[in-house]
Write a protein that binds this ligand. Structure first.
Ligand SMILES: Cc1cc2nc3c(=O)[nH]c(=O)nc-3n(C[C@H](O)[C@H](O)[C@H](O)COP(=O)(O)OP(=O)(O)OC[C@H]3O[C@@H](n4cnc5c(N)ncnc54)[C@H](O)[C@@H]3O)c2cc1C
Length: 368
């Protein structure tokens, strides 16, 4: 076990259920992980980060996902914010802001709005230049980690295109309202954000301002997809361990559940799900680490495979444990709620399938 996995293991211990019930992650846990660079461990060393490869960060993300999907969700947001600054920020923005995120300043990323969910082109938030300042107006919804965040990367319309601005959570005009009863990942600090005439220095707008929205959001989403995908590997690992352990221990009809062929079939399905998701993530991380042009599609594929396998796998685990896993607080019950959300975020399963179909069609000539 790596030192970072041991540290997160000690910090989480058996408290994930308590955090899920209270809907809050303890500040000291976020502080400790943040100070150690573990909330966005892929940030390069020259910007104050740990400089992990995508594969190393992915394995760590899976470990956190195995323990607590709420904490993993906060890590995903932090990593997405950091990756956005790394990709879009100029030298000074990277030096100032990336270093702060790598050492514990907490961040969230706001794309979605009431009328702009799957279709981000319907975004209404505006970022308007005004001398050496900009003004931000809009309303973001379901922003993961916003309840904890010190800074929010807000995407909005800018001139003829779009831009991303770094909005301090305590800036005048920012109101953050926590969503208190989400289906799963209940301690991930989801919140809706109102931005009423928020004035910021123009230097808070990241590079690329005025470019087309898809160009700006693609990087952030690619990181988010990788992170969610690896988190789902962790959910599946937790479900597999719980289901195999229970099926080996509990006897019905005079023999362990695992000896009943239909139950054994469930265990095989779970094992296949965990391995399939892991292999898809490994492939995507390899593409990422090699800077392969396949990276964007590999991230969509990994996210789609892992999220659908996690949602199905968590349901299978509840089936194997039956009444024992049907209590709020059991690891498989939590996984069942958390995993379902993974099919909605960072590109729903439907949107991922559309992207994968477009990719397949665009490559038809190569196979002919
Ligand atoms: C737990 C959670 C965390 C989130 N975290 C964040 C965050 O950190 N930042 C952020 O900006 N947003 C976040 N979101 C918002 C999330 O990105 C959106 O929920 C998601 O994009 C889907 O949008 P929607 O909910 O408005 O659904 P809709 O867009 O209304 O879609 C409803 C259904 O229709 C399907 N659909 C829509 N269009 C099509 C189409 N063209 N073809 C086929 N099917 C289609 C969708 O796949 C979905 O099944 C989060 C949401 C949740 C639930």
């Amino acid at each position: 076990m790596t030192d970072r996995a041991a540290l997160v293991g000690d910090l989480v211990g058996d408290r994930a259920d308590e955090w899920d019930r209270t809907g809050l992650l303890p500040a000291d846990v976020l502080l400790k992980l943040g100070e150690n660079g573990l909330l966005c461990a892929q940030v390069p060393v020259k910007h104050g980060g740990l400089g992990l490869s995508s594969r190393e960060n992915g394995e760590f993300t899976a470990e956190v996902g195995r323990l607590c999907s709420s904490l993993r969700s906060v890590m995903t947001s932090q990593g997405m914010a950091a990756w956005t600054i790394q990709r879009l920020g100029d030298r000074r923005q990277r030096e100032n802001h990336l270093r702060r995120l790598a050492t514990g300043t907490l961040a969230a990323v706001g794309f979605s709005e009431r009328h702009a969910g799957s279709d981000l082109s319907a975004m209404e938030t505006t970022i308007t230049a005004d001398g050496d300042e900009v003004m931000v107006n809009g309303h973001k919804v379901w922003t993961t980690a916003a309840h904890y965040a010190d800074v929010i990367v807000v995407f909005g319309r800018y001139e003829d295109g779009a831009a991303a601005a770094l909005v301090p959570a305590d800036a005048p005009g920012v109101t953050i309202e926590r969503i208190v009863d989400p289906l799963g990942c209940r301690a991930a600090g989801h919140a809706n954000i109102r931005l009423d005439s928020v004035r910021l220095p123009a230097e808070n707008v990241l590079g690329g301002a005025g470019a087309a929205l898809p160009l700006l959001v693609t990087s952030a989403l690619a990181y988010g997809r990788m992170s969610v995908a690896w988190g789902c590997v962790g959910i599946l690992a937790a479900c597999l361990a719980a289901a195999t352990g229970h099926a080996a221990r509990r006897e019905q009809f005079g023999q362990p559940l695992a000896s009943h062929q239909l139950v054994a079939g469930h265990l095989a399905d779970l094992y296949v799900a965990e391995q399939t998701a892991r292999r898809a993530c490994e492939h995507a991380s390899r593409c990422w680490d090699e800077g392969s042009p396949e990276m964007v599609t590999a991230a969509v594929l990994a996210k789609h495979v892992s999220a659908t396998q996690a949602a199905a796998g968590a349901a299978t685990a509840v089936q194997v444990l039956a009444s024992a896993g049907s209590l709020d607080g059991h690891v498989v019950a939590r996984a069942y709620r958390d995993a379902k959300l993974m099919e909605i975020i960072e590109g729903s399963s439907e949107l991922c399938r559309l992207l994968l179909a477009q990719h397949a069609v665009s490559r038809k000539g190569e196979r002919a």
